[in-house]
Design a protein around this ligand. Sequence first.
Ligand code: SF4
Length: 337
Amino acid sequence: MRTILTGIRPTGHLHLGHYFGAGQNWLKLQGNYDFYLEIADIQALTDNFDNPAKVRQSVRDLAVDLLAMGIDPKKVHIFIQSRIPEIAELTVIYSNLVTMARLYRNPTVKNEIAQKKALFGHDGESVTYGFVGYPVSQAADITAFAGELIPVGDDQLPLIEQCREIVRKFNNIYGKTLLEPEPLLSPTPRIKGLDGSEKMGKSLGNGIFLCDDEATVKKKIMGALTDPDKIKKDDPANPEICMVYYYHKLIANENLKTVCTECKKGLRGCVDCKKELIVKMMEFLKPIQEKQKYYNEHPEEVDQILLAGTENALKKAKETMKKVRHSIQIDYFEEND
Ligand code: SF4
């Protein structure tokens, strides 16, 4: 079985952007690969180093959401990044193989720094060493588990390329030790926000979370962007520029054709259309929310799953670390192990 590694930062509950952008793909992949799913708490701390309580709570919330959306712990090793010290060890070793200039040139890092600046008014001075270096830690995440395939969106490709460069440099200097990973592009990497933004984001406040209750879903959908040229109920409109239609399509409303035809002919008002979406959305979320409820009421079960997944991941990382230490001749005393 080929090895897949993917990760997600615990910074809150999952939303539909996560579900359709990555989660659905993971559900298809599970069972066909040796699948490692990392809850990247150390990476979450690069942005939240002053709020560890938030990250800790989010680890549990994220684990519950992953299980609720159908990730099967019998098929996927769900593990916590900070419980694998080998990742930190590899990060330090790899940090000698990357220049600062190369890290600053990484388009993903560049974009994220620009976003932070726009959102929080950060200037270059407030960007930490840990943040700029996170692609190095990500290379450690991937190689620790000998990840061969990495499911990503196209915005993440530069991170995989950076990892491949590190692997090549390591193998050139110390001899062939590490596997070069390949990206596995997600079929739907980006899900639009209710406001029409290109991406649904937690900080953008434009998404529906898997745990949102009916009142919250109602409020969000009622405020969603529709065709701005449709003023009266019986005005014909263009569903393709309407976020309500986009979400009808996303959750595969079986009445999609009717929604489209009635919208184009001016036979449907936006309020009724939104009300229908609210009903369909709650139907879609119901089985997920039932499982969330179950796992929230059985925290010991979630702990056991995380513990077992982390133990499996640790075993794999130890094998890699042994090879790495040997290659760079720091395997002191290991013959006595
Ligand atoms: Fe959008 Fe529905 Fe209004 Fe058409 S009728 S613009 S699909 S909300």
